[in-house]
Each structure stands twice: as structure tokens, then as C-alpha cells.
Design a protein around this ligand. Structure first.
Ligand code: PDD
Length: 277
């Protein structure tokens, strides 16, 4: 179990950072999770670009070019067939202050871990629906995930696999996934912007929908319109394209369509599996 910390491969147990690292103390950093299928990276450039944009938007000065080689190295050094590469860049080590310290070196961590992706077509997510109480910069993939953690824990406690969130009645995304709906034979997903993470899987699904000639609207679906929704599914690096069977909201359960993956979801799942080959 090796990790790459600041350019050095180390056994995980020996990889340590300062207690004054701003990632540890303030959650001041940006991360990515990049999947690989049969040892082949999936949508790597899109993930790297999002990381670059995130770093830039919070003023962490770190050149990401070397991460291409390092990511490939992480997979080559592992014996995992399917998995993901986790990477995070924090602002570095400095006495605790809110504003940016001058002249700190970012702390960079990267490692591969095994993950089984196959079978997402057989999974069915029963999800909680609740108020999105996160900040208004959800497009930044910040390592400070308290809002997402609390949302996901609420789902876990309700025996659900994900918490799908809404802002004042408009559905945004899941605690660690993007969300799509089919309504009147049109595919809906929340537009990019400050209220959602621009999901890489979301983008892949939009391109698949385009290829399949589906009608698509990047518009939010209202909670009040959920009863008109015939299909719903989650997308993301850790769920691929997973059908939603039901929503639990205010102790009321709303079953979507037949309660299992519908025809649009099926077509997208098949095309998605094809792209990972
Ligand atoms: N989560 N929305 C949120 C809030 C997320 O955290 C994620 C990813 C997504 C899906 O993005 P992508 O398709 O690029 O994986 C949407 C990662 C995997 C995580 O935190 O583990």
C-alpha cells in the first residue's frame, strides 16, 4: 500500500504530513478521483482540467503537468485491474491563519486503490431527498466536504445509499453524485454553475445522450415535479450510471416509474459500459 507524497513513493503508514498542513487544519485543498477500467484511465484529461480549474479558482499555485505521468505510475505500480486514483493538493504548511500564507509549497498526495465497477447496471439506488445546505461554490472540488458528509450520513442513517439535494425546491445533485431525470421523454440534469460539481461522468452521459439523439435539457427539476418523472439515475466516478428506484422525502416514499431501471437509463448504461471498454 504505497502512496506518492510530495514526489516520493512511500508505504502509506510512513507517509505523514505536518499537523500545520492547511489541508489537515483548514480543509484548504482541492482533490480528484479518477477511475481506471482494466488498467486504462477513463476521461483523465477532463479530470485533470477540473483539478487545474479548481486550483486556479482558489489560488493554489501548482503545476499539474507532472500528474499525468504520476497517475500512470500509480496504476503501473499497483496490481489492481479496476480502481481509481485519488489525488489532492493542499495549500501547504504554515502557521494557522485564514488568509493565504506567502511562499508555501503545496502538499501533494496521490495513490491508486482498487474498486469494483462492474454490475452498476444491476444496482438500484433508493435515495433520500433533502435540503441542500452546502455553500455556493459547489463547482469547486474542495477537500472540505462537511456539507456533503452530513448529507451522506443522513442518507446512511435512513438506510439509503445517497442523498439527493434540492435548493429551495430545485434538485441540484447528490452528496457525491450527479443526478438525471426523464420527464416527458426529455432527459434533464441541473445546469453547471455554482450549485453543482461539473461532473465528468455527467459530461460523458450528456455526450452519450447527444450521440443517441435524445432530447436533453440542462435545467433543474423541481421537487414538486418528481411525480411526473418516469426515470431517474445517478452518475459519478463511484456509481457510473445507477438507476434510482425511489425517493424518500419527509417520510414519504415516491417510487420512480416501475421502480427499476427504465428504457432510457438502460440505453445510457449500455453505451456507457461500451465507452469503458
Ligand atoms: N465525487 N457531485 C459531487 C458533489 C461529487 O462529489 C461527485 C464526485 C460528483 C460526480 O463527479 P464525477 O462524475 O466527476 O465523479 C458529483 C467523488 C467521486 C468523490 O468525492 O468521491
Amino acid at each position: 500500500n504505497e502512496v506518492l507524497l510530495n514526489g516520493q513513493w512511500l508505504p502509506a503508514a510512513q507517509a505523514t504530513v505536518s499537523v500545520f498542513d492547511r489541508g489537515f487544519m483548514l480543509g484548504d485543498g482541492i482533490y480528484e478521483v479518477i477511475p481506471f477500467y482494466r488498467r486504462k484511465l477513463f476521461a483523465f484529461e477532463q479530470h485533470l482540467q477540473r483539478l487545474r480549474q479548481g486550483l486556479e479558482s482558489v489560488g493554489i499555485d501548482y503545476g499539474t503537468d507532472q500528474l499525468r505521468e504520476r497517475t500512470a505510475e500509480a496504476i503501473a505500480r499497483s496490481d489492481y485491474e479496476d480502481g481509481a486514483v485519488y489525488m489532492q493538493v493542499t495549500r501547504g504548511v504554515a502557521p494557522r491563519k485564514h488568509h493565504f500564507p506567502a511562499d508555501t509549497e503545496p502538499t501533494v498526495l496521490l495513490y491508486a486503490y482498487p474498486f469494483r465497477f462492474d454490475g452498476f447496471e444491476q444496482k438500484l439506488a433508493h435515495v433520500l431527498l433533502s435540503e441542500d445546505f452546502r455553500w455556493h461554490r459547489c463547482n469547486i472540488k474542495s477537500i472540505s466536504l462537511m456539507g456533503n458528509i452530513l448529507a451522506n450520513q443522513a442518507a446512511h442513517q435512513a438506510d439509503k445509499t445517497e442523498n439527493v439535494l434540492h435548493r429551495q425546491g430545485w434538485i441540484t445533485e447528490g452528496s457525491h453524485t450527479s443526478v438525471f431525470f426523464v420527464k416527458d421523454n426529455i432527459l434533464y440534469t441541473h445546469p453547471n454553475g455554482p450549485y453543482i460539481l461539473p461532473g465528468v461522468t455527467r459530461d460523458v452521459v450528456l455526450s452519450i445522450a447527444d450521440e443517441l439523439g435524445m432530447a436533453v435539457r440542462e435545467e433543474a427539476v423541481a421537487v414538486a415535479d418528481l411525480r411526473l418523472v418516469t426515470e431517474a439515475f445517478l452518475t459519478g466516478t463511484t456509481v457510473q450510471v445507477t438507476a434510482i428506484g425511489s425517493f424518500l422525502s419527509d417520510d414519504r416514499r415516491l417510487v420512480i416509474g416501475s421502480g427499476s431501471a427504465g428504457p432510457v437509463t438502460r440505453r445510457i448504461q449500455t453505451a456507457f459500459a461500451g465507452r469503458t471498454k
